[in-house]
Design a protein around this ligand. Structure first.
Ligand SMILES: Nc1ncnc2c1ncn2[C@@H]1O[C@H](COP(=O)(O)OP(=O)(O)O)[C@@H](O)[C@H]1O
Ligand SMILES: Cc1ncc(COP(=O)(O)OP(=O)(O)O)c(N)n1
Length: 192
């Protein structure tokens, strides 16, 4: 993979979603995956960890406040990522707002990284399955459309909030688990 990123994919925006820990807390990564992801960091345009994944990559405890999120995002820049979208969905599940952070290396290294907080209302739903994959895919699509990195992340997060809010319209399984977000929210029509 890193050979492809250095060769044929040079110059193509690449979003790396380091799927290691699900929203449920379940580990999705085998041994050695951390090292493989760290090796890829320098060759992608943006890495999009959730809080447990950022902790796994930096070797720290999962961030429990926005200060720790900022520190871990900068630690990921230090590991080689040019930009980080650190997702804060796991931070303070009771809060009314959900905060994500975009951290980028500044053009002038003496001035430190640029941090842009993206906040949005927390949608009260159990149907959060696939939020991370949905967000990173939407950011990749927005980058392919030529949007600037922060705008690509902001619009993806806004769309995800609508897909979460619309998830109640889906009827999947017996309703006992975490259902999926509604990717078709913009064109959803309920036929009865
Ligand atoms: N209940 C919610 N309401 C609104 N946005 C949410 C909610 N839960 C998660 N998000 C957003 O979904 C995205 C993925 O968040 P997160 O849960 O941290 O990652 P993952 O799904 O990879 O575990 C982030 O943009 C986060 O802000
Ligand atoms: C089999 C499998 N792959 C990936 C994930 C993680 O998906 P993601 O969208 O990052 O987050 P949640 O689904 O955990 O909200 C997964 N859960 N299972």
């Amino acid at each position: 993979m890193s050979e492809a990123l250095r060769g044929p994919l040079t110059g193509v925006p690449v979003v790396l979603d380091p799927v290691m820990v699900a929203t449920s807390g379940d580990s999705l990564a085998a041994e050695g995956v951390r090292e493989a992801i760290v090796e890829l960091l320098a060759h992608c345009s943006l890495v999009t960890p959730n809080l447990p994944e950022a902790a796994g990559l930096t070797g720290e405890e999962p961030a429990s406040d926005r200060g720790a999120m900022a520190r871990q995002a900068q630690a990921l820049l230090g590991l080689g990522a040019p930009a980080v979208l650190l997702k804060g969905g796991h931070l303070g599940d009771d809060g009314d707002q959900v905060w994500d952070l975009v951290a980028r290396r500044g053009p002038d290294t003496s001035q430190g990284p640029r941090l842009d907080w993206l906040d949005g209302p927390r949608v009260r739903t159990r149907n959060t399955h696939g939020t991370g994959c949905t967000l990173s895919s939407a950011v990749a699509a927005n980058l392919a459309h030529g949007l600037d990195l922060v705008e690509a992340c902001r619009r993806a997060k806004e769309w995800l909030a609508r897909a979460l809010a619309s998830s109640e319209q889906l009827s999947v399984g017996d309703g006992s688990g975490h259902g999926p977000v509604n990717h078709l929210e913009a064109s959803w029509v309920t036929l009865r």
